[in-house]
Design a protein. Sequence first.
Length: 345
Amino acid sequence: MSIKRFILGLVLFLLLIGAYLGWQYYQRIFSVNVQLKASSVDFYIGSDWTYGDVKTALMEQGVIEDSVSFDWVAEKKSYPSLVKSGKYVIPDGLNNNQLVNLLRSGEQEPVRLVLRSVRTKAELAQNVAAYIEADSASIHGLLNSQDFCSKYGFEPLTIMTMFLPNTYEFYWATDAEEFMIRMAREYKRFWTDERKAKAAALNLSQSQVSILASIVQAEQAAHPDERPIVAGLYLNRLRRGMRLESDPTLIHAIGDFTIKRVLNVHKEIQSPYNTYKNSGLPPGPILLPELSSIDAVLNPASHNYLFMCAREDFLGYHNFASSYRDHINNARRYQRELNRRKIYK
C-alpha cells in the first residue's frame, strides 16, 4: 500500500471518527430529553439544593430520560455552580441545552398566593406555606416574636391585622421574613390617607378597625351587604360604653368553631376575647377580615340599632333592634326555630 493511499485512508477514518463524535455531541446537546405526559410540569428547586439534588429530582420526577447526557451538557455550561432556587415551568420537548439554559437563567415562574380569611396564626402560617418555600414553623415563629412584630409597629396579639386577604404574586423561593416584608408593604398601600382619616374620625387605630372588622365579618359571613349595618351597630355600642356581646368572640375564645348555638355557659369563659364580660374591643382580631369588611367599618351605616339576632328564616341575615324588648322578641323567634331544627349546641 502506497503512503498516499494510507494517508487518504487515515484521513477518511479520522473524518468518520470526527463525524461520529460530532453526532454524539449533537445528540447530547440537541436531542429531546424532556418527554412529559403533560404539556409542562412545575419543577421546584429548594434554596439549599446542590446540583446533585437537581439532577436526582429531574430523574425521580420523570422530567428527563437520560441523566448522563444532561450531566454532560450541564457541566459544559457550568450549571453545577449556577443552581438557582425557585419554581420553574418546564415544557415538554426540551433538549438538554434548552433545559439547562432555563434552569440556570433563574427565571422563576411566579405563584399566585391566595391569602384566605383564616382564624388563627397557625392557619395563616399553613395557608402561606402551601404556596412558598418558607415552612409554617418559620412563619408562625415570626408571628409570635415580640421583637419581629415590633419592627412593624405591632404586638404578637395584633400582628394578624397586618395581613389582608387577597391574591398576591410571589416567587416560590420566598422565605418567612421576605413574606412579612411584602405584607407590610401591602398593608401600607391599603391604608391610604383617606382610610386613616376615617379611622381617626371613629376614634379607632388601624388595628382596632381591623379587629372590629373581624367581628363584623364573623357575624355576617354570608352577606357582605349587611356588614355596614353590623359595623354601625357595634360602633353605637362602643360609643355608649356597652359591651359588644358578640357570640363569635366567645367561639374564638373557646376555640371550638363547630359551635352553632352559644349558650349561657359559654359566656362564663375567662378570656380577654369574651366580649360579654369585657368592655371594648378584644386584644386582637378573631379572623383575618376581608378588605370589604374593613371598609364596612370605615363606612358604617348610620342608625340607632344596638342589638342584633340572626333571622329565624336561616337565610343568613339579621333582625336589628334599637330596644332590648324588641331584641328579646327577635331572639325568642330565633331560639324557637333552633329548637324546632333540633340545634342545641
